[in-house]
Design a protein around this ligand. Structure first.
Ligand code: SAM
Length: 324
């Protein structure tokens, strides 16, 4: 079992498999958009080896993210191979859903268990304004097809940003009234341009919950995936709503994860720029034991908490590079 210096069990690995994305979400992508060169990105074989070593150490859950993971070719092969690794009990995907409709069957057959779909507006024109692409119908198709394929629970992640989409909170919550899905409201993290996307854009989870409670009755429920989301059933409804509050609460005490960036850096904490180059070790033919010792060392570098509430630690990498 992998534990950090604060006795937290680390059993969850989030892997950004690409820094490329088919969307250009205004708050996620900055103007000097540069992609890593292909040979800087970990190959699938390197990722699979890394996951095997992490599984030996006690990692049980893997989430594939990006950029947009579904823009990388042959992701089903990667899912299939990770699914074969002893000790890995859960493989999930975080996607913008645009290509999900056409791929979900093969992803499910490859062993994908769950999918989180990011969607920041239900309005066609606003979705296009936020993401730069007129693709909302593809995302709806992706959600529908994922439900048909029995990926359960379908989680919709929406980042509520003041003056941007905070007038759609009830519309999003209504999805969980009508459908057996989990709608999670994520607090905006002002990592980008402070003039455009600064802390003033944050809508706290408390505020979002207040707005929802003006229309719906919420009953606390258990988050069966033990993630950072505080979950509620909607009384009389089929689904759940959840709140992920990285800016207004400390979700650090239950932190159970490490991140691997697409260019092979291990990040012990989302809110820190500290990262450790495991790609170098892998490419310099380090032994499995050396790499496992390195991973254990990085886990020991996990901070108890990296920032004070309200203090904005600007990360050098945008979330596009980290994967959320
Ligand atoms: N492309 C995939 C997707 O859209 O889910 C995975 C990568 S994307 C970076 C992962 C998540 O990060 C998305 O839900 C996105 O909305 C969220 N995100 C990006 N920038 C963010 C920010 N500044 N604050 C909060 N969430 C952010």
């Amino acid at each position: 079992m992998l534990k950090d210096n604060f006795n937290r069990v680390i059993n969850y690995l989030r892997i950004s498999i690409t820094d490329r994305c088919n969307l250009r979400c205004r708050y996620c992508v900055n103007e000097n958009l540069q992609f890593k060169k292909h040979d800087e990105i970990l190959t699938y074989e390197e990722i699979i080896r890394f996951v095997k070593l992490c599984a030996n150490l006690g990692i049980k859950k893997v989430r594939l993210t990006g950029g947009e993971p579904l823009v990388r070719k042959n992701i089903s092969y990667l899912i299939e191979e990770i699914n074969k690794i002893e000790g890995i009990e859960d493989i999930a995907l975080t996607t913008n859903g645009v290509f999900l409709g056409e791929k979900v069957t093969e992803l499910k057959q490859a062993g994908l268990k769950r999918v989180n779909i990011s969607l920041d507006s239900l309005k066609k024109d606003r979705y296009e304004f936020i993401t730069g692409v007129d693709a909302i119908n593809d995302v709806f198709t992706g959600i529908k097809r994922s439900i048909e394929e029995g990926l359960y629970p379908i989680k919709i992640n929406t980042v509520i940003i003041k003056g941007f989409n905070d007038d759609e909170i009830i519309d999003f919550a209504s999805l969980a009234m009508k459908w057996d899905i989990h709608v999670r409201f994520i607090e905006f993290m002002p990592f980008g341009d402070p003039d455009l996307w600064g802390p003033s854009k944050i809508v706290t989870s408390k505020k979002v919950e207040e707005v929802i409670r003006t229309v719906f009755d919420l009953e606390p429920t258990v988050n069966q995936h033990k993630g950072p989301a505080k979950m509620f059933k909607i009384k009389g409804g089929k689904g759940e709503v959840g709140f992920i509050s990285p800016m207004s609460t400390h979700i650090c005490s239950e932190c159970n994860r490490i991140r691997l960036t697409s260019d092979g850096m291990i990040m012990p904490c989302l809110f820190s720029d500290t990262e450790y180059d495991v790609k170098k070790l892998i490419r310099e033919n380090a032994s499995n034991e050396e790499i496992m010792a390195f991973i254990k060392g990085v886990i020991k570098e996990k901070p108890q908490r990296k920032y004070e509430l309200g203090q904005i630690k600007k990360c050098q990498r945008s979330l596009r590079n980290i994967g959320g």
